[in-house]
Design a protein around this ligand. Sequence first.
Ligand code: SOE
Length: 388
Amino acid sequence: MALDQVRVGMVGYKFMGKAHSNAYRAAPMFFPNITKPVMKAICGRDPQGVEQARSQFGWESVETDWRELVKRDDIDLVDINAPSDAHKEIALAAAAAGKHLFCEKPLALTLADSREMLEAAEKAGVKHMVGFNYRFAPAVQLAKKLIEEGRLGQIYHFRAWFLQDWIIDPSFPLVWRLQKEIAGSGSHGDLGAHLIDMARFLVGEFSEVIGMSETFVKQRPMPSAMTGLSAKGDANAPLGDVTVDDATLFMTRFENGALGSFEATRFAAGHRCTNSFEINGSKGSVKFDFERLNELQVYFTDDAPDVQGFRRVLATDAAHAYMDAWWPAGHTIGYEHTFTHEIVELMQALSEDRQPVPNFVDGVKCQEVLEAVDRSIEQRRWVSIEEM
Ligand code: SOE
């Protein structure tokens, strides 16, 4: 039965909170046929901060304790974008209260926790989604379509890299993303998780992995304030230990025989958010770079020899996923639209009474690969995903 509306309660109001809020507002305006999300309540511990976010982002009410939020009977869906260490407890309580779940990536701090979250959601019979937003770029959807239609032939290679440089200065403070007990891991879970999801989406399941990682700056000043990716620190502040990886690299063999290589780092000077992949198949290749997210570079082996080469496809025509809802062809979209498309999928799934994609199963499978890589680094050997 089609739902008229989905009443949302959101926990977290910083970087992802802002991205999700924007998506809840934009989705029904540009996709008028979807079930409408109603922005019922936003939750955060700091009363002033969360009230400011409420009025700025357009939520109806405020909670300062997520336990109160999940109890409310005017909420259907709990959106969890608080730091990663809070995901599990909130998700379990929300599922037990019968709420549908939308949780940012990585799903949890550990594989065991992510499995517990999936079990809880299944037991409660609620819908669950995980926030791998990059799948929703129309150019990525085009890559998926080309692969599914066999237009790239048999896939031989997937190589991907997610490069950032926002912590390259050793005096950048020890923000929560650099603390294992809060973030789970560093570049691996934050950036590598996106690459793993992209690989599963486009190529298929991982079979085995081998990796290596490094923490280049081992101690940093404690922060005095932090929001999103920025933070303030005092050069004389006491130092704390960085307990996560700054960079993690790994290789894989996929179940379908393709080979993969992955690099996630926050120490690639000059790279702000280079989330890229290249796929090579028997009939052609595709290349994607998030910093040019409207474009897919495409190469087909059966082009006439005198015009062979990569062509730039601007994925902004009505023929491209989601694009008929936006602007005339050639009028490009941005980062925030990937979240809007994610919310469109979530709303459609809820109204069609099916699980959204990607969901907690994808969150768990991603976590299996993350932990297999960790084990491989620790034990200096290839690790099969089946072991996990
Ligand atoms: C920070 O490294 C970050 O914002 C990630 O947390 C996001 O998931 C990624 O999209 C961009 O970088």
